[in-house]
Design a protein around this ligand. Structure first.
Ligand SMILES: NC(=O)CC[C@H](N)C(=O)O
Length: 201
C-alpha cells in the first residue's frame, strides 16, 4: 500500500519534502486545511522558521488538530524548524513561542550559529542503510537533552571542533522522527524512506 503523507504547507521548504517523499515511495500532498490533515497517514513538518510556523498553525486552526493526531499516534517527521516544533522544550526561542510537542527532548534553536555558520557534512544515521547520509545544517537546532524513551539516531562526531562535538542531531521516539538537518535538499531520499516505512508500520 502506498501511504499518503502530508507536508505542512504554511511556510518553509514544502516542495523539497514533497519530492523527497515521492522518491521515498509515498504519495505526498500539501496540508493547509483541517480536511487535508484528516486525509493523511503521516505528516512532515518542514524546515523554515519555527516561530512563524507556530503562529501560522494557530491562524490556520491546525495547531490543536495536529496535536490531537500526534497524541493518537500519527507518524510525524520534523526537519530543522520541524524538529523544534516537535520538541517538548525549546531553548533560545522567542518568549511567546509554543511547540506542538510530543518528543521528550530539549532543543536549542540556532545552536550551530547564524546563517553564515550553515554547513554540509555526512552522518551515519541509525536505521538508514547504505552508508553515511548527506546532511545540510541551516541555522539548525541541536538536541541538548533527550528523555529515556528517545532513541538517538545520529550525533555530531565527538572529535568535531567546538561546542557541536557529540551533539544529538537525529532522534526517534515511537512514531515521531526528527532531524536537525535537511535531507530533503540533498537528493538522497533515504531518511524519507525511513519515515515512509514508519508510516506503513
Ligand atoms: N532551517 C531551519 O529550519 C532553521 C530553523 C530556524 N532557525 C528556527 O528556529 O526555526
Amino acid at each position: 500500500m502506498i501511504p499518503t503523507i502530508g507536508v505542512l504547507a504554511l511556510q518553509g521548504d514544502v516542495r523539497e519534502h514533497v519530492h523527497a517523499l515521492e522518491a521515498g515511495g509515498a504519495r505526498a500532498v500539501g496540508v493547509r486545511r483541517p480536511a487535508e490533515l484528516a486525509a493523511v497517514d503521516g505528516l512532515v513538518l518542514p524546515g523554515g522558521e519555527s516561530t512563524t510556523i507556530d503562529k501560522l498553525l494557530r491562524i490556520f486552526e491546525l495547531r490543536d488538530l495536529v496535536r490531537e493526531r500526534i497524541a493518537d499516534g500519527m507518524p510525524v517527521y520534523g526537519s530543522c524548524a520541524g524538529m523544534i516544533l516537535l520538541a517538548d522544550r525549546v531553548l533560545g526561542g522567542t518568549s511567546d513561542q509554543e511547540t506542538l510537542g510530543g518528543l521528550d527532548v530539549t532543543v536549542r534553536r540556532n545552536a550551530f550559529g547564524r546563517q553564515v555558520d550553515s554547513f554540509e557534512t555526512t552522518l551515519d544515521v541509525r536505521g538508514v542503510d547504505g552508508g553515511p547520509v548527506p546532511a545540510t545544517f541551516i541555522r539548525a537546532p541541536w538536541i541538548e537533552e533527550a528523555g529515556a524513551d528517545v532513541e538517538v539516531l545520529a550525533a555530531i562526531p565527538d572529535d568535531a571542533p567546538g561546542a557541536a562535538a557529540g551533539r544529538i542531531v537525529a532522534v526517534r521516539q515511537g512514531a515521531l522522527l526528527a532531524t536537525s538537518f535537511h535531507p530533503e535538499i540533498t537528493g538522497d531520499s533515504r531518511v524519507h524512506e525511513l519515515f515512509v516505512t514508519m508510516v506503513k508500520e
